[in-house]
Design a protein around this ligand. Structure first.
Ligand SMILES: [Zn+2]
Ligand SMILES: [Zn+2]
Length: 177
């Protein structure tokens, strides 16, 4: 859905929309929308600024930073955002949208896509790092076993460096037999 300034100049828009999983690109393989994103919002033009106010709800699947298992995050966020026309001489397109809660965002040309606004709000709502459980034991750096589900055998096979001379002696002894 495109929020067109010319349309908004005529009337305030009431939005109720559902974005199916996959229809918003979060630009990350580790962020997967697994349920429809529901948005209820209004969009209007106020003094040449586009104001988008409302709330969204969805469920996002992330990846545990320790064991790489999926972690589900429920996202529920309300927003009240202002987007000003991008000044003509601005070179950096990435500055088009706001990058924190206080700064004003920008739109370029005729308006902005609602999906871009929503994507940004979802990303802001997500934690930078998730862990599936506070005592997640992660993966064994050696064999990759998920230590929450299995005991890996690396530990029992790893040789304690202090025992190495003894192990050598034992081997020599065995060879002589
Ligand atoms: Zn984990
Ligand atoms: Zn291991």
């Amino acid at each position: 859905m495109f929020l067109d300034v010319k349309e908004l100049a005529v009337r305030k828009l009431r939005i109720r929309k559902i974005y199916a999983p996959g229809s918003i690109d979060y630009h990350s393989a580790e962020i997967k929308q697994i349920e429809p994103l529901e948005v209820t919002a209004t969009a209007e033009l106020l003094d040449r600024q586009i104001r988008v106010e409302g709330n969204l709800e969805t469920k996002i699947e992330l990846v545990c930073a320790r064991c790489l298992e999926p972690v589900i995050e429920e996202v529920s966020r309300s927003f009240d955002l202002f987007y000003a026309p991008l000044p003509k001489d601005t070179k950096h397109k990435e500055d088009r949208l706001r990058d924190d809660d206080t700064e004003i965002g920008f739109y370029e040309g005729e308006g902005l896509f609602l999906a871009d606004v929503l994507k940004e709000q979802v990303l802001l709502a997500l934690p930078l790092k998730v862990i599936c459980q506070s005592d997640c034991r992660g993966l064994c750096p050696n064999c990759g076993a998920n230590l929450n589900h299995e005991e890996c055998r690396c530990e029992t096979h790893a040789t304690d460096p202090r025992m190495a001379p003894l192990a050598r002696l034992k081997q020599d002894w065995l060879k002589k037999q």
